[in-house]
Design a protein around this ligand. Sequence first.
Ligand code: SF4
Length: 283
Amino acid sequence: MPTVYSHSRLACFEKCKKQFHYRYIEKRPVDTESIEAFVGKRVHEVIEKLNRFVERGVVPSLPKVLQRFRTDWEEQFQAERVRIVRAENPPAVYRENGERCLGNHYRRNYPFDRDESLGIEQHVGFALDGDGRYRVRGIIDRVVRAADGAVEIHDYKTGRWVPSQQELDQDRQLALYQIGVEARYEGTATVRLVWHYLLRDQLRVSTRTPEQLDELRAHTIELIDRIEAERDFEPQPSALCSWCEFNDVCPAMRANASDTAPPAAVESSPETSVATRHQLALF
Ligand code: SF4
């Protein structure tokens, strides 16, 4: 059975092969998560619930949406499980940011009647090649039919950083999802990729040509070949190590602890630098 790849799995390999090895090959159990991941999950869960209400023709009030978020936070936040790298920020700062994300989203989209919902948290799975050897899967936050008939792939982001249009025009995650969505909604002339940068209340849109999708397929197949040929899985220290769930066991961190030099510069491929800036700008 060929391995099925997600965007996160591919991005992890590009970011740090050692982290990839710990996470996907050794499958080391992790019982903590970053505060940024915790907030992102809570915001996504509340937006999912809101979207499901809207699908049934009910629009909850903003105070109810915010109360849902606060209740979920209280029930699920465990100080010993949630890692805060930026120690100067108490958990309340992150909770307020989550509330700001939801408030911005609600006010921008109310009364939530601009499009037709085709799927919420929609799973996509597809092959990049004719033989089905290179397989990709993902979960799309929301798929909609816009008023002009186009299918839109919507993604919610809770970090502070908003990439440039040029960076989004090269973004891999939603473009990969487009390959799966086009197979599902055959005959759709236009597919748009839509990012909601909730904390900054910014909306960004991009499209891909068939040629760009072919190029993406080829690059992703090439990346999967590199992953499957990799044997060494060397650490790639970077500014992101502070957020890594394995930094207490990683040999590169032990080496850095006895060395005053800062972590090595981050590998400068476009994908990695975009992922890095995204992570560093989280709240
Ligand atoms: S601590 Fe840094 S170098 Fe080590 S696995 Fe994590 S990201 Fe890679």
